[in-house]
Write a protein that binds this ligand. Structure first.
Ligand code: FES
Ligand code: FES
Length: 158
């Protein structure tokens, strides 16, 4: 089967496709990157979101071969349990994580937003997070957490 390589969470890696139409979500999970979740499998829930060349994609509907030569970030490239990413810290602090199933996608969508707009306004936060569904939280705590990250970035990341 065809080999592809791309930079995953800052490291150049090689992967073997298991079929010509394998999806990126499947490939990532086969190689152990199981933080990227399988939800609807049809581009409707956002839990499989990863960042591909600076933009969020639904990995469940993205052909893995399209990742050749790209730069991809998944939740494994964000913070660690001991040293969480500021987005993760803010979500936990606000009590915005319940079952957690949507959170990897939420974190990646938020990272793509903050990489582009360090201090997004309310509308920008809602626009960037659109397409990430959460069954548990009612969204307000997630929104409040991201607003606090935006405010902290505006103050120079204090
Ligand atoms: S699993 Fe990909 S959008 Fe739902
Ligand atoms: S925390 Fe459960 S789906 Fe979002």
């Amino acid at each position: 089967m065809k080999k592809i390589s791309f930079t995953l969470n800052g490291e150049e890696k090689e992967f073997v496709l298991d079929s010509a139409d394998e999806k990126l979500l499947n490939l990532l999970r086969r190689y152990g990157y199981k933080g990227t979740k399988w939800g609807c499998g049809e581009g409707a829930c956002g839990t499989c979101t990863v960042i591909l060349n600076g933009k969020t994609v639904y990995s469940c509907i993205t052909y893995a071969f399209l990742a050749e030569g790209s730069e991809i970030w998944t939740i494994e490239g964000m913070g660690t349990r001991k040293n969480p990413h500021p987005i993760q810290k803010a979500l936990v602090k606000e009590g915005a994580v319940q079952c957690g199933y949507c959170i990897p996608g939420m974190v990646l969508s938020a990272k793509a937003m903050f990489d582009k707009i360090p201090s997004p306004n309310d509308l920008e936060i809602r626009e960037y997070m659109d397409g990430n569904l959460c069954r548990c939280t009612g969204y307000e705590k997630i929104y409040t957490a991201l607003k606090k990250v935006a405010e902290s970035n505006a103050e120079g990341g204090k």
